[in-house]
Design a protein around this ligand. Structure first.
Ligand SMILES: [Zn+2]
Length: 112
């Protein structure tokens, strides 16, 4: 299976996961007058893409760096401390879904 096929599969899974478990609740949107929801969705999708890239057997450094830069940009859009709080929650989801640590991509323990 080619890398492109794998990426497409991952994208489809990501889309399905986003539709069924958005990972944030309405309080994040209504009780904090911070970035709009679109930024939160982009932030989540980009973080997950980054964690996916890190977990691949052969990491593509250019893709990983570009995705990480996008994560940094979106942290500014989403705003702190909200970005960190959301990331912590989504890291837990990722670990439960994949069995991999989002920080290093290894199976097993979730490092913090
Ligand atoms: Zn780790």
């Amino acid at each position: 299976m080619s890398y492109l096929d794998l990426a497409k599969q991952a994208e489809a899974r990501l889309r399905a996961a986003r539709e069924t478990s958005p990972g944030y609740d309405i309080n994040d949107i209504t009780t904090e007058r911070l970035g709009p929801l679109a930024h939160v969705e982009s932030y989540r999708a980009t973080l997950r893409e980054f964690w996916r890239l890190v977990a691949l057997p052969a990491v593509d450094p250019e893709a990983a760096i570009a995705t990480h830069n996008e994560v940094i940009r979106l942290i500014d859009e989403v705003g702190e401390p909200r970005a960190t709080r959301l990331r912590d929650r989504w890291e837990g989801e990722w670990h439960r879904e994949t069995g991999r640590c989002p920080r290093c991509g290894e199976r097993g323990e979730r490092h913090r």
